[in-house]
Design a protein around this ligand. Structure first.
Ligand SMILES: [Zn+2]
Length: 308
């Protein structure tokens, strides 16, 4: 038997057929065209499913279920995208619409939750029943797996981990609050911190960079720039301070780090582990999780959706 995973993004709809080992056997992608009415986008999602089945040489009868990973707030119980600003979707019953067309069960969850689930079935957390995936990007995304299942809370509104508080009355957040973790720990925040350091230290390589990107900060540190290294050291503390709260509240077996910055590997993971060990409840005798990089890249959305 196979399962179908749909990774619905603001730019592209990626659809895949996965086998029982959660390997993608065929893949198809079409532009989302998010400015159109939801009905049209969902019709294209269905057409993409038909196209990927042809590519896979698999019929819909050989598919057990279909899953959708969507941005925004998704009510998994009702199969409704409640609020997705980058799609312009409000209360869209996407599961019912695809179920009617294909006649197999269709499940829905938030894309960050799907990515976390994907890591437990086919990535860096296989066999791990309690884990958290943190993705550092424009914001800080979070997915919580408890007893092998996504924990999403009432109306699937939970696991907004980027909006835990790090600094009371700190930096303004897109959510309306001030001092959320993501305003210090996102890739966007790293760039803001580096720009400030560049302005304060005109002698730094950062000040000479054509454009300050996340990667540029690490490259400057590679060339021995102490200002860039200090920015990275402080950034690792911001990220690890949030990890410590997750350890104290959930005691997961594992925390996985995703997003482009996670490709920096041990140079950021090692100081984060050390911070968690020195600051979590019980310190080195506390419930210290494994902290490492996520293994799945772009495929996580499809695999996680299929695993719903
Ligand atoms: Zn916030």
């Amino acid at each position: 038997m196979y399962r179908i995973g749909i990774d619905l993004g603001g730019t592209n709809i990626a659809v895949g057929v996965v086998n029982e080992n959660y390997e993608i056997v065929a893949h198809h992608s079409v532009p989302t065209g998010a400015s159109r009415p939801a009905e049209e986008v969902i019709r294209d999602m269905g057409d993409a499913v038909e196209a990927v089945l042809v590519k896979a040489g698999v019929s819909i009868d050989q598919c057990e279920s279909m899953g959708i990973g969507s941005p925004g707030n998704c009510d998994s119980e009702r199969g409704v995208v409640a609020r997705a600003y980058n799609l312009g979707w409000f209360d869209v019953p996407v599961c019912a619409m695809l179920q009617e067309r294909f006649g197999i069960p269709v499940r829905l969850s938030n894309d960050a939750n799907c990515a976390a689930l994907a890591e437990t079935v086919a990535g860096a957390a296989v066999g791990c029943e309690n884990m958290v995936l943190i993705t550092l990007g424009t914001g800080v995304g979070g997915g919580i797996i408890i007893d092998g299942k996504i924990y999403a809370g009432m109306r699937s509104a939970g696991a907004e981990l980027g909006h835990m508080l790090l600094v009371l009355d700190g930096e303004p957040c897109t959510c309306g609050r001030k001092g959320c973790w993501e305003t210090y720990a996102s890739a966007t925040a790293l760039i803001r911190q580096a720009k400030k350091a560049a302005a304060d230290h005109p002698e730094s390589l950062l000040a000479q960079a054509e454009e300050i990107t996340g990667l540029a900060v690490f490259q400057a540190a590679d060339k021995g720039d102490a200002v860039a290294q200090a920015v990275i050291d402080q950034y690792c503390v911001y990220v690890a301070a949030g990890f410590t709260d997750l350890v104290n509240s959930l005691a997961p077996e594992m925390i996985l780090l995703g997003g482009g910055i996670s490709r920096q590997g041990e140079r950021i993971l090692a100081p984060m582990r050390e911070y968690v060990m020195n600051n979590c409840f019980g310190q080195k005798d506390g419930a210290i999780p494994v902290i490492k990089a996520a293994a799945l890249g772009n495929e996580a959305g499809i695999i996680g959706a299929a695993a719903l």
